[in-house]
Design a protein around this ligand. Structure first.
Ligand code: XBP
Ligand code: MG
Length: 258
């Protein structure tokens, strides 16, 4: 039985990466008088690294003008990241980021059906709060039964830790929830936690591999397909069907210890 829908944030709830985090990182570089800039394709490649601070440290490995010691790099990445997050919040607060099609509808349908909402993300809590507030108001976070972010799970996706933290807070097993994700790092994290996952492809991952996910769509208002079924859009009934199909496929493997 479907008890909770666990939402990824960046790319899933909104297209935050290209026009939000990337723009904010570039503005932070400018504030620090650094000549570094991440164009759209470069940032897309860097998304292989989950976590903004980790992304900065990865990028510094390829820069001749990056600080030389590890300690200096860590200090710079921490300061840049804090500045980026402040700029990102302003972008969200001023309406630069809109929620993706169908997200609010599916959340409201879940609420009406008594299915708990949760969040599992590698992004910072301040960025999550800004995004929730912009669409759901100041008390929007109260609609979520559990929210786990970068601060709760230092091992970032594709590590399953953030999903395990959310399951623990919800008190549900992995076979009682569905995750909604947009990226390979995201659905791999959910799958490693044993959770059925719907991939709603975001701009940066239109053609990414989704073979190991339970179901896939271009957005939540578009056709959803899974092994054994399809539906014109994602809703509570289709999420329950995806969960049933995933559990039915997993059950023989569990029984045989695979
Ligand atoms: C996506 C991420 C994050 C964001 C930036 O997280 O990897 O790092 O790009 O946010 P998810 P921070 O898809 O799990 O929401 O700078 O706060 O890390
Ligand atoms: Mg994502």
């Amino acid at each position: 039985m479907l008890r909770s829908v666990i939402w990824d944030v960046d790319g899933t709830i909104a297209e935050t990466e290209r026009d939000g985090h990337r723009v904010a990182f570039n503005a932070a570089f400018e504030q620090f008088d650094l000549p570094w800039r991440w164009d759209v394709p470069t940032y897309g490649r860097l998304l292989a690294v989950a976590g903004g601070r980790e992304r900065l440290l990865r990028d510094m490995q390829d820069r001749v003008d990056a600080p030389r010691t590890i300690a200096a790099r860590l200090a710079l990445a921490t300061s840049l990241h804090a500045t980026k997050n402040a700029i990102y919040r302003t972008l969200v607060d001023t309406g630069r980021i809109v929620w993706r099609p169908g997200v609010l509808r599916v959340m409201e349908e879940c609420g009406a059906a008594g299915i708990l909402l949760a969040i599992a993300t590698t992004t910072s809590r301040s960025s999550v709060d800004a995004l929730i507030t912009c669409a759901l108001g100041a008390r929007g976070a109260e609609r979520f039964a559990a929210i786990a972010c970068a601060e709760d799970a230092p091992a970032k996706k594709p590590d399953p830790l953030v999903y395990r933290v959310v399951l623990d807070r919800l008190g549900f097993g992995p076979d009682e929830v569905v995750a909604i994700e947009d990226s390979p790092n995201g659905w791999r994290a959910a799958r490693a936690a044993g959770i059925a996952t719907v991939v709603t492809r975001s701009d940066y991952f239109r053609t990414a591999d989704v073979d190991g996910a339970s179901a896939c769509c271009d957005d939540l208002d578009a056709t959803l397909t899974w092994r054994g079924g399809s539906a014109p859009r994602t809703d509570v009934a289709t999420l329950a069907a995806v969960l049933d199909a995933t559990n039915a496929a997993a059950w023989p493997a569990r029984r045989h210890g695979r």
